[in-house]
Design a protein. Structure first.
Length: 322
C-alpha cells in the first residue's frame, strides 16, 4: 500500500473485513438502504455493536408516496458510540477535502454515482447512473485508489472508476464526515441506554397504521402507472416494499439483541416484525407481476396480513415495555 493512502486507524484492511451478520445472505432483506447499511459496517469495523442503534426503526411511516427512508438518528449515534456527524462544506474539491478528513481519522459519507462503483457489478456498475452513499475510509490521490464502505461490504476502486467518481460536476455533492466526540458506551451500559432510546422512539411512532395508508395508495393506482418501464418498478419497490421490509427485519434484530441483553421477552414482537418483513417481500413480487401484466386488480387487499402484523408488532412491544 502506498504511503500516500491515508487510512482510518481503527478498521481492518479491506481484505480482512467480514460483513456484519445483519448483512448475511440468508436474511429476508440482506441489504436495507445505502445509509443504514454503511453505518452498520462502519460501526462493525470499529468493533462496536450496530444492533444497539436500531430502535429508530419504530418511527417509520408511509409518507404518501414512499415509506420513510429510514436512517439512524445523529443524537443516538453520539449517545451510544460517541460519534458525531458533521456536514463537510466542500469549497475546493471532494477529492482534496475527503483526503484531509480521512487523514484525520474521519470517514467521509458522500452521495456518488453507482456507475463507478465496482461492487455494484451486474446492477449499476458501468450500466446506469444511480445515486448512492458510500463511506470513504482512505484514498491515494497519486495512485488514484479509494477504500470505501458501501451496502454490506468494504471495497477498493482505482483508475478510471476513481477518475469518474471525482470528475468535475456543476454542483458539489452533499457530504458529511464522522468524528469521534466522546467515548462509546461500555458493553455493560449499552442495553439500558438502547432500551431508553427504544421507549423514546416508541413515543414518536406513527399513530395510525402506515400499511393501511400504503394500501390506499396502491388501490388508487391508475393503469398508466403500471405501463411504465421496468426501471420504474425497481425504483418504486426500493422506496416502498424494500424500505418497509428491511426496516422491520432490522427492528426484529434489535429486539432479539435487546431481549438477550436485558432479559425482557420481545419474542412476540420480533416474530411479528419478521412476518411483516416477509410479507413486504411477497408483496414486492406481486407488484412485479402487476407491472408485467399491466393491471393491479385486487392487489391492495393482499396487504391485509402485513397490516395485521404491523399492529401485532406494536401491541406486543407495548406489553413487553410495561
Amino acid at each position: 500500500m502506498s504511503a500516500a493512502l491515508a487510512l482510518m486507524p481503527e478498521p481492518a484492511a479491506p481484505a480482512g473485513h467480514a460483513a456484519h451478520p445483519l448483512h448475511a445472505f440468508d436474511r429476508i432483506w440482506p441489504e436495507s438502504n445505502c445509509y443504514v447499511d454503511l453505518w452498520i459496517e462502519l460501526l462493525h469495523a470499529r468493533g462496536l455493536v450496530p444492533e444497539a442503534m436500531l430502535g429508530f426503526t419504530l418511527r417509520q411511516d408511509f409518507e404518501g408516496d414512499q415509506f420513510t427512508f429510514f436512517k439512524p438518528f445523529a443524537a443516538d449515534l453520539e449517545r451510544l458510540y460517541g460519534l458525531e456527524i458533521q456536514e463537510l462544506a466542500i469549497y475546493d474539491s471532494l477529492e482534496s477535502q475527503a483526503a484531509v478528513q480521512v487523514a484525520r481519522g474521519n470517514p467521509v459519507l458522500v452521495e456518488v454515482d453507482g456507475f463507478h462503483l465496482p461492487d455494484t457489478v451486474g446492477t449499476t456498475y458501468g450500466i446506469e447512473h444511480h445515486k448512492t452513499t458510500i463511506a470513504i475510509l482512505g484514498l491515494d490521490r497519486a495512485g488514484r485508489r479509494l477504500d470505501y464502505l458501501h451496502n454490506g461490504g468494504r471495497y477498493r476502486l482505482e483508475g478510471a472508476d476513481y477518475a469518474g467518481l471525482f470528475a468535475p460536476a456543476l454542483l458539489f455533492p452533499y457530504a458529511e464526515f464522522v468524528k469521534t466526540s466522546g467515548s462509546a458506551l461500555p458493553a455493560s451500559a449499552l442495553p439500558e441506554v438502547a432500551l431508553a432510546l427504544l421507549r423514546a422512539h416508541r413515543a414518536k411512532a406513527p399513530r395510525a397504521n402506515p400499511i393501511a395508508a400504503f394500501r390506499d395508495s396502491v388501490a388508487a393506482w391508475e393503469d398508466g402507472f403500471l405501463r411504465r418501464p421496468l426501471c420504474a418498478f425497481h425504483a418504486y419497490g426500493f422506496n416502498t416494499t424494500r424500505q418497509l421490509g428491511a426496516n422491520f427485519e432490522l427492528l426484529a434484530s434489535h429486539l432479539d439483541w435487546l431481549g438477550a441483553a436485558t432479559g425482557r421477552d420481545f419474542g412476540e414482537a420480533s416474530a411479528a416484525c419478521r412476518i411483516l418483513a416477509q410479507e413486504a417481500k411477497t408483496f414486492q413480487f406481486q407488484i412485479a407481476r402487476a407491472f408485467a401484466r399491466g393491471g393491479a386488480v385486487g392487489l391492495a387487499t393482499r396487504l391485509d396480513r402485513a397490516e395485521a402484523a404491523y399492529a401485532t408488532v406494536f401491541a406486543a412491544l407495548d406489553r413487553s415495555l410495561d
